[in-house]
Design a protein around this ligand. Structure first.
Ligand code: FES
Length: 157
């Protein structure tokens, strides 16, 4: 399985989402109460823009006058026809045995733990000598030597 860095955690605060493109697919990455979850941005019902929907708690009722909000169970609601999908399993609330939204595993890693990339910037050794900061490069030393030799030639002619 290929992993992709899609955002910094600071870019997705609790209650927010980003929709990114990964391997040609649009994927919504959500921060649900500090937990990151990811869904394919395509509803399994009729292909609606699932990840543009609201994340809401489960509303239950045993009958008229009885409405309870279970904020411990969260659902992603498709904006097209309102189908709801459990953010932890992807299962449809309407038909949990047959319909499921496509989820992707998400993990958070420290930048220090990331595998270094293949590209490396050119670096130079730096020496602090008394009041001067000196950056060492081969070119400058060569140029200085050439200037010194030119000076000697000028003095001898
Ligand atoms: S397309 Fe999502 S509920 Fe119909």
């Amino acid at each position: 399985m290929t992993q992709h860095v899609v955002a910094r955690t600071a870019e997705i605060p609790p209650g927010e989402r980003v929709i990114v493109e990964v391997e040609g697919r649009q994927v919504g990455v959500f921060n649900v109460d500090g937990e990151y979850v990811a869904f394919l941005h395509r509803c399994p019902h009729m292909g609606g823009p699932l990840c543009e929907g609201q994340v809401i708690g489960l509303v239950e009722s045993s009958g008229p006058g009885d409405v309870r909000l279970d904020d411990g169970r969260k659902f992603l609601t498709c904006p097209l026809h309102g189908w709801e999908f459990d953010v932890h399993t992807g299962q449809s609330y309407f038909d949990p045995k047959r319909v499921r939204a496509r989820r992707y595993p998400v993990e958070v890693r420290s930048g220090a733990d990331m595998v270094p990339g293949p590209y490396t910037a050119e670096t130079f050794d730096v020496v602090v000598d008394s009041d001067y900061v000196i950056v060492e490069t081969g070119r400058r030393e060569k140029r200085r030597r050439n200037e010194h030799q030119d000076g000697e030639r000028g003095a001898s002619s």
